[in-house]
Design a protein around this ligand. Structure first.
Ligand SMILES: [Zn+2]
Length: 121
């Protein structure tokens, strides 16, 4: 009978170890997901810069027509703002914070009120 209690004790401490190992793994996983997201955003931005750099040398028609260029700039800016908003909304729906409180961190507990108020602006 004593044997059984010893076994149960042993199992209990094993379970405790597994539990704490699992907690560490979960944390590591969260960090990796966050890092992955950061790298994805950085990669996206670098691609944009690269695209701008490689097309900057080619003279455009807009450069010869300042009036037309002005109108185009406005359109481009509005498009960029819209794109920025879309990116943030997508990021949020992929499970990340976009609020200035926890930006870039994984949302562990459902919706975030800070993020939602930001999105509804
Ligand atoms: Zn948030």
């Amino acid at each position: 009978m004593n044997d059984i209690f010893l076994r149960v004790d042993e199992l209990e401490s094993q379970l405790g170890r597994i539990h704490s190992d699992f907690g560490e793994l979960k944390l590591k996983f969260k960090e990796l997901l966050e890092e992955n997201q950061r790298l994805r955003i950085e990669n996206q931005q670098l691609r944009k810069v690269l695209k701008r750099e490689t097309t900057a040398d080619i003279p455009t028609e807009a450069a010869e027509e300042p009036a037309a260029a002005k109108g185009e700039d406005k359109g481009t800016l509005a498009a960029a703002v819209g794109e920025g908003y879309d990116n943030l909304a997508r990021l949020y729906h992929e499970g990340f914070h976009i609020c200035n409180v926890y930006y870039g961190h994984l949302r562990m507990e459902g919706d975030c009120l800070f993020c939602l108020s930001f999105l509804s602006k």
